[in-house]
Structures are given as structure tokens and as C-alpha cells.
Design a protein around this ligand. Structure first.
Ligand code: SAM
Length: 312
């Protein structure tokens, strides 16, 4: 069975990019009256504590979401990085960043911000009565925790937890009844085959339901399979004649370093991206405003950068 537990990573820089973007996509999609179905193919436990053992052990939230709460800005300025350079950081958070901060704050009793919502709770927060949420989670412990967390919402049949393989399980629900859906695909990539399964799932889903919005999170690490994910998704979207958007956030160099004792140190996760097929037309500008601010807050060295690209 898998050893990946999202509780170690909750609130890290990758969650910040993913959850801020997810919220922006959903805000847009819930403006239309027609019922929406949201699928979270890799849901995790749903709700996390940033002061719990898992998060404290990894310290990832301290370098991610919790840094956004501090008043300080990182004084790094990678001036030679073209469009990724930090030039000037606006004082007020960009609208989608502020929305994300407000949403997380809503799960907490201010001033302490120790509860962090995963994608299931972020999505559920925005659902209207007519919308549905289907959550896939394969890890037995996390599936149990997710079910217990969701049960507290008294959401009835609006939210379903399925202890199934999300890559396969999605198929039977497409196309959804009202023909409006957002699919979030956020694997742990713990198993190497996940890198290949993502584009296969999206290709299949597009044949069943071409007008859905598909959002995939991927790590940007020095492995060819990781870089293949956005490349393959771009090819898929282009061939299907669909619009797409690819955004990335880098917080540090991906190079191996050597510590004082001569031990080689891996950098952990230096960067990640989100690839969206059929994105809201407002998303690119919204991300262009927010991502430089995330770089300013979350940069760990001079390699910190952001990028947004789109097409179709
Ligand atoms: N989407 C969550 C969020 O943003 O809060 C985080 C999900 S975490 C990155 C990935 C989750 O997928 C893990 O909880 C893991 O147990 C689960 N998982 C791994 N393989 C799976 C599969 N084939 N189908 C469904 N869930 C899977």
C-alpha cells in the first residue's frame, strides 16, 4: 500500500498554488446557474491540522501557507529571469490570493490559523444546493478520515466518498447529468505509473466529455516523466481543439547540494504546476497578478520564479 500521506505536505507551496487556482476556477464556474459536478480523483483526508504531528514533522506548511500570513516579504530579486523576475510586489494581495487567504481563515478561529482545508473542503465550501461533489480516495486510512470529516458536514447525497481508483472511477460518471463538470486530478505521483496515467485519464475523459474543465497538478522535479505531464496534456488539448492554461511556481533550485558534513542533500519539492484544459477566460490575468506575490513570499533562493502560458 502507499506510504504517501498528504498530512505531511498540507499547506506547502504546492498546495498554495493548487488551492488558490482551484478556488479561482470554481468561483468562475459557479457563476453560471446550471448544476455543476466536481470530481476530485485523488482527494486525500479533506482537512488537516498544521500544528499536528505530521505537519510539524515536515515543516512544509511553515514554508508555504504559513509564510503567506507573515508580514515579511522575501528580499530575493532574481532580476535576470525575464518574465519571472520579481520587480515590484503590490501591497494588497491579488484578488484570487486574498480570496484563498479568506477561505482558509474561515476554517479557523482567528488569529490562530491551524486548520487547513484540503481540496474536498475547498470545493464543498463553494457548492450550491444543485451541485455535486464526488471524492475518490484509495488509501484506507485517509478514505476513512475523509468519510468522517465529510460526515460532519451533513451534506447528505451532495458529497460522495468513493474508496476507488480515481483514474478508473471517473469514467462511469462522464458525461455528468447537466453536462457541466470540473475534474481535479491531484495524484501523489508516489507510483511512477501515475505520470503516464494522468494523460491517459484526461484523454479518455475528453472523448466522453469534451467540454469539461480538467485541472491537473504535477510536480516539477528533475525527472523526465514529470516534465512529460504538461507536455502530453498540451498535445492532448491542442489535438482536441481545446483551450489550455499552464501555470508554475518555483520556490528554489532543483539542484542537489552538499551539507557541511559532505552529505548530499536533495532539495525536496522545488516547484510544481497546474495544467487546466478549458480554463475560465479570466484565469490567466488573475494568476499573472497573484503569482509574483507568491514568489515574493515563498522564495527560498534566487531560483524562485513563476510562469503562465496558455493556448487554444
Ligand atoms: N487533492 C488533495 C488536496 O488537494 O487536498 C490532496 C491529494 S494527495 C496529493 C493524493 C491522494 O491520492 C493521497 O491521499 C493518496 O492516498 C491518494 N491516491 C493515490 N493513488 C490513488 C488512486 N489511484 N485513486 C485515488 N486516490 C489515490
Amino acid at each position: 500500500m502507499f506510504s504517501y500521506r498528504h498530512a505531511f505536505h498540507a499547506g506547502n507551496h504546492a498546495d498554495v498554488l493548487k488551492h488558490m487556482t482551484l478556488l479561482a476556477v470554481l468561483r468562475h464556474m459557479t457563476q453560471k446557474d446550471t448544476a455543476l459536478t466536481v470530481f476530485d480523483t485523488h482527494a486525500g483526508a479533506g482537512l488537516y491540522r498544521l500544528d499536528g504531528d505530521y505537519a510539524q514533522t515536515s515543516g512544509e506548511a511553515a514554508d508555504g501557507f504559513l509564510r503567506l500570513l507573515s508580514e515579511e516579504k522575501t528580499a530575493l530579486a532574481p532580476a535576470s529571469k525575464g518574465k519571472s523576475a520579481i520587480t515590484k510586489v503590490a501591497e494588497a494581495p491579488a484578488s484570487i490570493l486574498q480570496d484563498y487567504l479568506d477561505l482558509v481563515a474561515g476554517f479557523n478561529n482567528k488569529p490562530s490559523q491551524r486548520v487547513y482545508p484540503g481540496s474536498p473542503f475547498i470545493v464543498q465550501h463553494l457548492l450550491r444546493d444543485r451541485d455535486k461533489l464526488k471524492l475518490f480516495e484509495l488509501h484506507p486510512t485517509d478514505a476513512k478520515t475523509l468519510s468522517a470529516n465529510i460526515a460532519q458536514l451533513d451534506a447528505g447525497r451532495q458529497v460522495a466518498v468513493l474508496r476507488e481508483d480515481g483514474f478508473e472511477g471517473l469514467k462511469k460518471f462522464l458525461p455528468p447529468p447537466a453536462r457541466r463538470a470540473l475534474v481535479l486530478c491531484d495524484p501523489s505521483y508516489e507510483i511512477k505509473s501515475d505520470y503516464a496515467r494522468v494523460p491517459v485519464m484526461v484523454a479518455d475523459a475528453l472523448t466522453r466529455f469534451a467540454t469539461g474543465t480538467y485541472m491537473v497538478w504535477y510536480p516539477l522535479i528533475p525527472r523526465p516523466e514529470a516534465h512529460d505531464v504538461p507536455r502530453k496534456l498540451k498535445t492532448l488539448a491542442t489535438r482536441a481543439g481545446k483551450s489550455w492554461l499552464n501555470a508554475s511556481l518555483t520556490v528554489k533550485s532543483s539542484k542537489l547540494t552538499t551539507d557541511e558534513a559532505g552529505e548530499v542533500q536533495r532539495p525536496g519539492l522545488p516547484a510544481s504546476g497546474v495544467f487546466i484544459i478549458n480554463p475560465p477566460h479570466t484565469l490567466k490575468a488573475a494568476l499573472q497578478a497573484a503569482l509574483p506575490q507568491l514568489v515574493a513570499k515563498l522564495a527560498q533562493d534566487e531560483h524562485a520564479a513563476w510562469a503562465v502560458d496558455n493556448g487554444g
